[in-house]
Design a protein around this ligand. Sequence first.
Ligand code: ATP
Ligand code: SF4
Ligand code: MG
Length: 355
Amino acid sequence: MTDSDTPTQTPTAAPATSGRVVLSVRNLSTSFRTDHGLATAVTDVSFDLYAGEALGIVGESGCGKSVTSKSIMRLLPEHNTRYGSNSEVLLGSDNLLKHTARQMQEVRGNRIGMIFQEPMTALNPVFTIGWQIDEALKLHTSLDRHQRRQKGIEMLKMVDMPSAERRYDEYPHQLSGGMRQRVLIAMALCCEPEILIADEPTTALDVTIQAQILKLMNELRARTGTAVLLITHDLGVVAQTCDRVVVMYAGQVVETAGVSDLFHRPAHPYTSALLKSIPQSGARRTKGERLPTIDGLVPGLFEMPTGCRFADRCEFCEQKCRDEQPGVTSAQPDRNVRCHFPLNPDASRSTHESA
Ligand SMILES: Nc1ncnc2c1ncn2[C@@H]1O[C@H](COP(=O)(O)OP(=O)(O)OP(=O)(O)O)[C@@H](O)[C@H]1O
Ligand code: SF4
Ligand SMILES: [Mg+2]
C-alpha cells in the first residue's frame, strides 16, 4: 500500500467540553481491489467521537464519507476491501477492523445503531414494521415475545410515530418516507446503542420532514445520551445538529473543528471555499441548503497528486503545496487542519499572511 499506511501524527481534535471517547478512528485507510488496481478511497482518517456529542462528517460527493462509515461498521465487501495495516476503529479497547463477522453482528445494532439514506430499501417490504423491530430485539435482547411487542410499540411512540399500535402491524409501503425513517431510527435505538451512525438520514425526505427528523434526532440524543456520527452533504443540517465537524476532501480529513469555529473561522481553504460559495453566508444555514459546488473537480482515486489534494482548486496554492503533501497540524486542542498555510491565525502557527 502507498501513503495509506503513513502514520498520522496528530490525533483528532477534542471538543471544548472534553468528555469520554466512545469511538476512535485511527489512521483509517480503505482500499478496494479493482480491475485497474488498488483504489484507495479513504486515506489516513482519524477522529474521535465523544459520549453524547453529534459529530458531522461533511464533504463533496465521492470524498469518502460513506466508505468511512461503512468501514467503521465493516459493511464493505470483505473480498475486495483492504484496510491499512495500522488502521484502527476502536470501540473501547476493541479494534473493530479485527473483529470476526460474528463479533460484528454483536456490535451492529447492539452497541452501534445505523440509519441510512433510503428508508425504503433499508426495510424489508414483505414484513410488517413490528416484525422487523421484533427481529432486532430478538437478536439483541432477552425479552419475551409479549415484552418485545410492548417495547417495539414504545419505541415507535418515542420517535413520535402517529398511531403507533396500528403502525406496528402495517407494512413499509403503508407508511410515508418520514414515517419509515422514524421506524429506522426506532430500530437503530431500540437496543440503546452508545453510538448512532446516520449516513445522509434526511437526504431522501422533503424539507419539512427533514426538519422534523433532525429535531427528533436532537431530542433523542439529549434524552438518551447516544453519540451521533452524522454524515451529510448539507451544511444546514450540520449547523442545526452538530457540535463538531470533520471536513473530508478526496478521502482525507482536511479540517476538524467545533461547528461555530468552522462556520465563522474556517482554517482550510476547502472549508472556506465551501462556505463562500453559499449565497447569504452566515453561521446558520437555511434548512435543506446543500453543499455548493466549487470550480474544478475532486481528483479521481487513481489521479491523486503527490502534494496537496486540493492544490488544483486552491486559490492559495504555492509550489510547496504541489511538492509536499501537508500533514495535520493542531495549535488548539479542539481543531486540526491539513494545510501548509492554514487561513486562520487561531487555527495554526503558520498562516497565509505570514507565508
Ligand atoms: N466497493 C467499492 N469499490 C470501489 N470503489 C468504491 C467502492 N465503494 C466506494 N468506492 C469509491 O470510493 C470513493 C468514495 O465513495 P463514498 O461512497 O465514500 O463517497 P461519499 O463521500 O459518501 O459520496 P456521496 O456524498 O455521493 O454519498 C468514490 O470514488 C467511490 O466511487
Ligand atoms: S496546502 Fe496549499 S494548496 Fe493545499 S489547501 Fe493548503 S494552501 Fe491550498
Ligand atoms: Mg455517501
